[in-house]
Design a protein around this ligand. Structure first.
Ligand SMILES: NC(=O)c1ccc[n+]([C@@H]2O[C@H](COP(=O)([O-])OP(=O)(O)OC[C@H]3O[C@@H](n4cnc5c(N)ncnc54)[C@H](O)[C@@H]3O)[C@@H](O)[C@H]2O)c1
Length: 285
């Protein structure tokens, strides 16, 4: 897609970080924008910002872990603007901590937020876009954590690898069907957003149980600290929206923003092909 003017972009997780940045860029390009998020106050604030530069913007409270919410988002978007041309399957969260220590609640929370949400988004928006029968594009926000592994945040890697696998497979299916829907998987490294505060915006059913000793443990605190440290030292958010839109214009499937991780991706593939065991020493350099 090259011409975005008067077309419609639907964005999940639009109240903060990457989603908000995408709303800014879509607005600059003359699009109708649907901003959706679970965090009501944050969404209100983000909406007020975008409203100043784009009168064709609406906000929809959506919990992407709930399939019916995704259906409602699609319905409201098409009722308001007639079509959905870009869908940013973007909302996501992070859970620190070793797999053998975190509560099952955290596993359910990150799987629902980062994997089920992406599947729900595809399930709802692909039939809608197919019916429209006009050029459309879906962008799944994964992470470079879906292309390489590290000792930090294993459940995050689990969900982002799932995202990349799902995106690649569905993209093949769309191609095989001769679909007008194009697809991209966005795989950035660390970017300065509000991701490390995601616990404050957990859906009610995944709320932290203050009585669970894990959440007052040093392991949990260290994990949060590490998450904060990598996010606040990430690259600035400015320009990320432009980069993603340029990739859409050029129909690029993989969207990467951090060239410094490319050798680590290469090493992973090399290890697989040469039957070499992964070695922790690469993270100690
Ligand atoms: N910031 C990074 O370094 C980075 C790197 C790679 C990938 N990502 C991915 O980018 C995406 C956006 O994250 P971000 O960094 O902008 O974080 P962010 O926390 O700044 O923004 C994410 C938004 O998603 C919303 N959200 C969370 N759970 C939701 C739910 N159940 N329903 C609806 N909205 C929900 C939050 O309220 C928040 O507004 C995520 O998928 C994240 O994994 C981020």
């Amino acid at each position: 897609m090259k011409d975005f003017k008067n077309k419609t972009a639907v964005i999940t997780g639009a109240a903060n970080g990457i989603g908000l940045e995408l709303a800014r860029e879509a607005s600059k390009r003359g699009m109708n924008v649907v901003m959706s998020d679970i965090a009501e106050k944050d969404l209100e604030k983000a909406f007020d910002e975008i409203k100043k530069i784009n009168e064709n913007v609406i906000k929809v409270i959506t919990d992407v872990t709930v399939y019916e919410d995704m259906e409602k988002l699609a319905k409201i978007s098409t009722e308001k603007f007639g079509s959905v041309d870009l869908f940013f399957n973007n909302a996501g969260v992070v859970v620190p901590g070793p797999i053998w220590e975190i509560p099952n609640n955290d596993i359910d929370y990150i799987m629902k937020s980062n994997v089920y949400s992406i599947a729900y988004g595809l399930k709802v928006f692909i039939p809608l876009m197919t019916k429209q029968n006009t050029p459309a594009h879906i962008i799944n926000t994964a992470s470079v954590a879906g292309l390489l592994s590290s000792p930090g945040m294993p459940t995050y890697h689990m969900t982002k690898f799932a995202n990349v696998g799902l995106s690649e497979s569905v993209n093949y299916q769309l191609q095989a069907a001769g679909s007008k829907i194009k697809m991209s998987v966005f795989c950035p490294g660390f970017i300065q957003t509000d991701l490390h505060h995601c616990d404050e915006r957990r859906p009610e059913r995944f709320r932290i149980d203050e009585n669970n000793p894990y959440y007052s443990s040093q392991t949990y605190k260290d994990g949060l600290e590490r998450a904060e440290q990598v996010i606040v030292t990430g690259i600035p958010i400015e320009g990320i929206g432009k980069k993603v839109f340029e990739a859409i214009e050029n129909e690029k499937f993989y969207i990467l923003t951090h060239p410094q991780y490319e050798p680590v991706i290469g090493l992973r593939v090399k290890n697989i092909l040469e039957n070499t065991n992964p070695d922790i020493s690469i993270f100690k350099k």
